[in-house]
Design a protein around this ligand. Structure first.
Ligand SMILES: Nc1ncnc2c1ncn2[C@@H]1O[C@H](COP(=O)(O)OP(=O)(O)OP(=O)(O)O)[C@@H](O)[C@H]1O
Ligand SMILES: [Mg+2]
Length: 309
């Protein structure tokens, strides 16, 4: 898949081309659906390994005790049921790239073994008495807060430092809703337009599933639209119902719409900067004005809340 490279992703993708010329590990952080795997595949596709395998291992999809044998393989008799030697993902991906997806869920002992492979290129299949040399490029990704996991001793600090030679933090979609029209254009080659109420709704919604969710919503809507324009009625009902001010959304008053949008921006900003002084500064508003607007809109600060409107 060709990645959609919006303005906020441009720098990441430019730097990723440098990462692609290197063999050093890459760590990609970001919420679900922001495009961590899309970026990992792009780096592989731009690297000299592009004609070799790109193999993902999803650590959250496997029981912890199976992660080691999936990754490193095993020898016959290594455990009950190991009736023959089996190559792990690392050997299957020889000369290619391995994506350690959801690495935050990798058990600590396997993390130590991965660190060893990165540092020495040597690995032991489960049950083997001899090491094997392998040549793979590692890309790790997670939507977990790795620094928090390190504090909780659930993630090895040494592995974190070794992985973050190239570190990419992909921002959530709600941090740059102004890019939604650009994404919609790219997804449908400019063949659809979003009506103003749809844009308003999209700007205010928090998009917990990020670009994945946006793409799915747009595909759903397009299949229901009769012309080029996507209208509110083409969207999934539960998305439209997240709007707390449907009358404003359907209405014509620009003043009401702007105030509604302002309230959304202020709520988002206060969640990001719980200190009103920092919040005011970040949006270029006087503190006095911010307090007045907070009062007008009845905004209550909920720093960790993530709902949209
Ligand atoms: N930059 C992008 N260009 C094109 N499609 C994208 C992009 N980012 C995300 N997507 C779409 O969103 C879907 C999810 O992307 P991806 O699997 O890379 O997300 P992720 O960050 O790995 O999510 P998760 O944490 O849930 O695994 C992709 O299949 C693709 O359809
Ligand atoms: Mg992923």
């Amino acid at each position: 898949m060709n990645p959609l490279i919006t303005t906020s992703l441009r720098k990441t993708y430019q730097d990723a081309q440098i990462a692609a010329t290197s063999n050093e590990p890459v760590l990609i952080l970001g919420e679900t659906g922001v495009g961590k795997e899309v970026l990992a595949r792009y780096i592989h596709s731009q690297s000299r390994r592009c004609n070799q395998s790109f193999l993902p291992l999803n650590c959250s999809a496997l029981p912890p005790h199976l992660i080691e044998s999936e990754l490193f393989g095993y020898t016959q008799g290594a455990f009950t049921g190991a009736s023959h030697d089996k190559k792990g993902i690392l050997e299957q991906a020889e000369h290619g790239t391995v994506l350690l997806d959801e690495i935050g869920d990798m058990p600590l002992d396997v993390q130590a073994k991965v660190l060893r492979v990165i540092e020495t290129g040597e690995m032991w299949p489960v049950g083997s008495t001899a090491y094997r040399r392998i040549d793979v490029r590692f890309i790790a990704a997670t939507n977990a807060d790795v620094k928090h996991l390190i504090e909780q001793r659930q993630f090895r600090r040494d592995l974190y430092y070794r992985l973050n030679i190239f570190l990419y933090q992909i921002p959530p979609l709600r941090h740059q809703p102004e890019e939604i029209p650009q994404l919609a254009d790219a997804i449908f080659n400019g063949e659809v337009t979003l009506s103003t109420p749809v844009l308003e709704l999209f700007f205010c919604y928090s998009w917990p599933g990020n670009i994945r969710e946006l793409k799915n919503v747009l595909i759903y809507a397009r299949s229901r639209a009769t012309g080029r324009e996507i209208l509110l009625e083409h969207l999934p009902a539960e998305l439209v119902q997240t709007c707390k001010h449907p009358a404003v959304l359907q209405g014509q008053s620009l003043k009401q719409k702007l105030e509604c949008f302002e309230a959304v921006v202020l709520r988002h900003t206060l969640r990001r900067y719980p200190d009103p002084g920092d919040a005011a500064k970040s949006i270029g508003m006087e503190l006095r004005t911010l307090y007045r607007r907070i009062k007008k809109f009845g905004i209550v600060a909920h720093p960790r809340q993530s709902s949209g409107l």
